[in-house]
Ligand binder design. Structure first.
Ligand code: MG
Length: 295
């Protein structure tokens, strides 16, 4: 395919792509994953010639939706606000959500500080990098503490809705912070389909909707999401330290057996009533811990 389009190949290509070509009326991005993206007026006819019999054409409605949220070709180099959250799968501790702005001009510097996909970084690296970037990257951090989380859950709010509201608010704050700076768009590390995300915002007086994109593993697609993810994890680590101090014992992350045992120890020492200050009590860990206490 690359040789077929060789006279249209562009020098500048998006991150993760093998080639980027611009024949008449269409742009073609071929990714390392094997996926090839055809965009523009003649996209369909251009793509058709590569289609084998088994491949089905996308249905019109799905196609329209896909186009609406299709990521810009040159995403990695754009000035973006990225948002991500952590703590949602941990029994102990809050949820932290961060929206961070990284402009095209800042990328070099941010990368130099070691910002990359936070899943590739350990806690020590997270702390070091976060401290370096926090003074330079405009961001908003929101922390949903356990008490508030449990109240919302009690009222019947889903975790997805909580996340949607927090992302929307963090995005608003960051947009306000950067004022008139040029921003090409917003990239949310996807935790729900776009339609579901926006339906959770119904009733909110301020909704960030313009140029909003969604992608899973977005921290590997744009440095703003990577930075947001690092700051969110850093904040969560600090919260865990403070909570552990308050509990008088080290609170483990996650939701495994270790967590059941720690929760049982906490109940033994301080009583069941303190749990809502430290944990997301609707998790199954609560019942498991109570059983351990009874034994
Ligand atoms: Mg995420």
């Amino acid at each position: 395919m690359e040789s077929h389009y060789k006279s249209y190949i562009q020098n500048k290509k998006p991150a993760g792509s093998i080639f980027f070509a611009k024949p008449e009326g269409c742009t073609i991005t071929a990714y390392q994953s094997g996926k090839v993206l055809f965009q523009g007026k003649t996209a369909e006819s251009e793509a058709d010639q590569w289609q084998t019999g088994q491949q089905k054409t996308i249905k019109p409605k799905a196609e329209k939706k896909r186009k609406q949220f299709a990521l810009p070709d040159d995403l990695a180099g754009l000035s973006m606000i990225g948002s991500d959250e952590v703590g949602t799968g941990d029994y102990f501790g809050p949820i932290t959500v961060v929206a961070a702005f990284v402009s095209s001009q800042q990328m070099e510097e941010v990368r130099k500080h070691g910002v990359k996909d936070s899943k590739l970084l350990n806690d020590t690296q997270i702390v070091t990098i976060a401290k370096k970037i926090i003074p330079h990257v405009p961001y908003s951090l929101l922390t949903l503490d356990n008490k508030k989380y449990n109240e919302l859950k009690e009222q019947g709010m889903s975790q997805v809705k909580m996340k949607a509201l927090l992302h929307n608010k963090a995005l608003q704050h960051t947009i306000n912070k950067i004022g008139g700076s040029h921003c090409d768009g917003i990239l949310i590390d996807q935790f729900a389909p776009p339609g579901a995300y926006f339906s959770h915002l119904k009733g909110e007086s301020k909704q960030v909707r313009k140029n909003v994109y969604f992608a899973t593993k977005a921290e590997s697609l744009h440095l703003s999401v990577a930075a947001a993810s690092i700051i969110a994890r850093y904040a969560l680590l600090q919260e865990f330290e403070q909570l552990s101090e308050k509990a008088g014992m080290r609170l483990p992350k996650g939701a495994g057996n270790q967590v059941d045992e720690a929760a049982a120890r906490l109940i033994n020492r301080r009583g069941e009533d303190v749990l809502p200050q430290f944990a997301k009590v609707h998790f199954a860990n609560t019942q498991k811990a109570k059983k351990l206490v009874k034994r």
